[in-house]
Design a protein around this ligand. Structure first.
Ligand code: PAP
Length: 329
């Protein structure tokens, strides 16, 4: 069996093991025709499946780690900017923060699509604590070392209609090679309704973290995009308290919370040079992560009957959980 050296520390790892595993997984077509692989209850896009498996097999958490989790298009970029700013507020002033020159995704890397996609065994030991990482995997599939450790998990969810429409625009604009152009949001809507989407099913992702946040409130914080839009100050305080670094009275008086919320606001981040003109390693422009940021934007793209159908499915799946979403302003 061929063995390829792919770890940063020079260790040889049999890549074929994962290749073989992926080849045997159930697969379906994503919305745009690209492959999705079903592994441990999650639909992974082709660019994330190998990283996801490696991450699950090898990541060792530290009690001080912070993990930002989400379905794609739910406010991940925003949460990364906010968390980075809260954690590093005594290191960087708002005029010196790396956020001014770096896309939030490059400051807080994803396990599946950055760290473990680039190297099967990335060397994460050298990173200083607290390390901040992010993941689109579901709670149940996080490595045992995360779920069993003291590390803090912050999940952000977004109402399923805006999440869907945001994902559609992302796919539509930046389609990969060998995939069919998504001309309309109702292309393969049946699959969407069956939960066959990148990192879906949507309901399993949100429910897993929702339940975990109820069972382990000191370790899992569940945030909603719409709540952050409604009251960023309240939610920033909640985030800082959860992370064990609450804002002091002096910081509140000095306007530190307002500074962070302003720095991380959609308009501010979107207009930074790096986010207007930068390009990610795989060719996605940084600007793709900043579109409209509106609650209820789905109205422009989904017909009332599509919205009703999808919402009904989600509501049925979440029935009895106590979890609900705000779908309009
Ligand atoms: P990702 O999964 O590719 O990381 P993610 O950041 O989770 O994407 O979501 C992108 C959405 O968040 C976009 O929504 P839209 O398509 O409806 O416009 C994007 O505009 C929005 N967004 C990005 N940054 C911010 C921010 N600072 N404040 C509020 N919303 C934001």
């Amino acid at each position: 069996m061929e063995t390829i050296t792919i770890s940063t520390n020079g260790e040889s790892v049999p890549r074929d093991e994962i290749q073989g595993l992926v080849a045997g997984l159930p697969s379906e077509e994503n919305w745009d025709g690209s492959p999705l692989y079903f592994y441990k209850g999650v639909w992974y896009p082709a660019f994330a499946i190998r990283g996801a498996i490696s991450f699950q097999q090898h990541f060792i958490a530290r009690d001080t780690d912070i993990i930002l989790a989400s379905m794609p298009k739910s406010g991940t970029t925003w949460l990364k900017a906010l968390t980075f700013s809260v954690v590093n507020r005594n290191i960087y002033s708002p005029t010196e923060t790396p956020l001014l020159t770096t896309l939030p995704h490059d400051l807080v890397p994803f396990f599946e699509v950055d760290l473990y996609a680039k190297h099967q065994l990335p060397d994460l030991e050298q990173l200083p604590s607290p390390r901040i990482f992010s993941s689109h995997s579901h709670y149940e599939t996080l490595p045992p070392s995360i779920r069993g450790s003291g590390c803090k998990i912050v999940y952000i969810c977004r109402n399923p209609l805006d999440q869907l429409v945001s994902a559609f625009h992302f796919f539509h604009k930046f389609k990969g090679e060998n995939v069919k152009p998504l001309s309309s949001i109702d292309d393969d809507f049946d699959n969407v309704c069956r939960g066959i989407r990148s990192f879906g099913p949507f309901w399993d992702s949100v429910l897993g973290y929702w339940k975990a946040s109820l069972e382990r409130p000191d370790k899992v914080l569940f945030l909603k995009y719409e709540d952050l839009k409604d009251d960023i100050t309240f939610n920033l305080k909640k985030l800082a308290e959860f992370l064990g670094i609450p804002f002091t009275d002096k910081e509140e008086k000095d306007g530190v919370i307002e500074e962070i919320s302003k720095l991380c606001s959609f308009d501010n981040l979107r207009n930074l040079e790096v986010n207007r003109t930068g390009v990610r390693p795989l060719g996605t422009p940084n600007s793709a992560f900043f579109r409209k940021a509106k609650v209820g934007d789905w109205c422009d793209d989904l017909t009332p009957s599509m919205a009703e159908r999808f919402l009904k499915i989600v509501e049925e799946k979440l029935a009895g959980s106590g979890l609900s979403f705000k779908v309009s302003e």
